[in-house]
Design a protein around this ligand. Structure first.
Ligand code: SAH
Ligand code: SF4
Ligand code: F3S
Length: 444
């Protein structure tokens, strides 16, 4: 029996889906020591902060919450505090964690979490602070023992790192260069999740999934990987994120259309509606190209759900540039928009650009954009009327409900007895107060 067995742990997660999934791997590590999860830091013997540094807000939140544990540590010297994720990976970050947080016992990089249990045992024995930060994934990282949060949707890594170097973004500096995971490992993991663990959605993860496979000893494309995964038997669907508009080719759109197992959902970050801003962001596409992809997707898959990320107030963004972003939202009519105020990240080129936009101006712009998007989304509800959507049927608070690939809820008021967690087409018959309801479409 080790010192950790039967004791509690708590994980605090910030950032993107990649981090959410990495926290599931951290849970796997702690479970392997016989530990039990708690939400209450006061009960925990081990507290893990899985951090993000993509924007200042996320970074400050994590930092302040770690600092807040200092008192708890003083009261309970047995408490072990671990900080991992993207903050420790920064070379020129705002915070030097090792020096500024002397009460933190273990600091790990994003590619070191698979050894967390060993570091904890080592720390328990020697009581020496530990810091280990790798710059790229080790080959054997593919042996995964994630204990997942969700029972319906499972995240699966397919590619680590990013080669794009958008001028605002810290990710390539903290996650290193692109490294694709072996397709056989991915296939086996997806097969196990679907056939032995009952997962209905598999979400393939990467900062830029379209680059998948280029670096493999036997190169393959992302669409080829998807085609292979769609051959796995079972009632499940595949999603992926995130795509970069520069590399999203017709082959991917074709697979999405033709394979019934491909979810009709695309998260395609545009960042700005202005070509001049896109060029300064180093995004390598213009709005004409972006609209070509959107139109093609909508033509081939009329019920597809599309979402995006937008940065407002990028250095040098004029009122005119910003208005082009608003115009783009009106043209595309996204199902969902994730909007962020530009945040200066030291170490990235844009942090040194002239014409930084003031915080109040960024706030004014983001509020304007969010107001517009709200109106668009409410009007867009109409597009569902009389159309059929392949949905996952679930029970929610005693009523039957279908969830589209894009996450939209459609109520099934006439279905009292039903199975759960299977896919069926629902035809939308009614829209009231922005709520959709419908019936199972037997003709599909
Ligand atoms: N690889 C993905 C996601 C990267 S981070 C992609 O390329 O889309 C998620 C989002 O955070 C980005 O799409 C961008 O909109 C936003 N983001 C990244 N850096 C930012 C910064 N410095 N300030 C504000 N938002 C930022
Ligand atoms: Fe950041 Fe751009 Fe890479 Fe996305 S593609 S992670 S925004 S550098
Ligand atoms: Fe944040 Fe790291 Fe993801 S910086 S957005 S947690 S890759």
């Amino acid at each position: 029996m080790n010192k950790f067995e039967g004791r509690n742990y708590c994980i605090v997660t910030y950032g993107c889906q990649m981090n959410v999934h990495e926290s599931e791997k951290i849970r796997g590590e702690l479970t392997s020591l016989g530990m039990i999860e708690t939400e209450d830091v006061n009960k925990a013997m081990v507290v893990v902060f899985n951090t993000c540094c993509v924007r200042e807000g996320a970074e400050d939140r994590a930092y302040n919450n770690i600092i807040a544990l200092q008192n708890l540590k003083a009261e309970n010297p047995d408490l072990i505090i671990v900080v991992c994720g993207c903050m420790p990976q920064q070379r020129k970050g705002k915070y030097n964690l090792w020096e500024k947080l002397p009460f933190v016992d273990i600091i790990l990089g994003t590619y070191n979490i698979s050894e967390l249990s060993e570091y904890l045992l080592q720390f328990a024995k020697k009581k020496h602070r530990i810091m280990e930060i790798l710059d790229k994934p080790r080959k054997d990282m593919d042996v995964e023992n994630a204990v997942r949060d969700d029972k319906i949707n499972a995240y699966v890594n397919i590619i680590y790192g990013c080669n794009k170097f958008c001028t605002y973004c810290i990710v390539p500096y903290v996650r290193g260069r692109e490294q694709s995971r072996n397709p056989v490992d991915i296939y086996n993991e997806v097969k196990d999740l679907v056939q032995n663990k009952g997962y209905k959605y598999i979400t393939l993860l990467g900062q830029n999934v379209n680059s998948y496979g280029k670096d493999l000893p036997d190169p393959m494309s992302f669409s080829q990987l998807l085609t292979q995964l769609c051959r796995i038997e079972g009632d499940f669907k595949i999603k992926f994120m995130t795509s970069h508009p520069m590399d999203l080719g017709d082959d991917l759109i074709k697979v999405m259309k033709e394979e019934p197992k491909m979810a009709k959902f695309l998260h395609l970050p545009v960042q700005s509606g202005s070509d001049a801003v896109l060029s300064r962001m180093n995004r390598h596409y213009n709005i004409k190209h972006y609209m070509h992809i959107i139109k093609r997707c909508r033509r081939l898959m009329p019920t597809i759900s599309i979402s995006t990320d937008i940065i407002v107030g990028f250095p040098g963004e004029t009122e005119k540039d910003f208005n082009k972003t608003l115009k783009l939202l009106k043209r595309v009519k996204y199902d969902q928009v994730f909007a962020f105020m530009y945040s200066k990240r030291s170490g990235t080129p844009a942090a040194n650009f002239e014409d930084q936009i003031s915080e109040p101006e960024k706030k004014t712009r983001i509020n304007k954009l969010l107001r517009l998007q709200k109106i668009i989304q409410q009007e867009e509800n109409k597009k569902y009327f009389k159309h059929s959507y392949n949905c996952l049927i679930k029970q929610q608070n005693g009523v039957a409900i279908g969830i589209t690939d894009g996450g939209k809820e459609i109520y099934l008021p006439n279905y009292k007895y039903y199975n759960q967690n299977y896919f069926a087409y629902i035809k939308v018959e009614n829209i009231r107060n922005h709520k959709l309801s419908g019936v199972i479409d037997e003709h599909k």
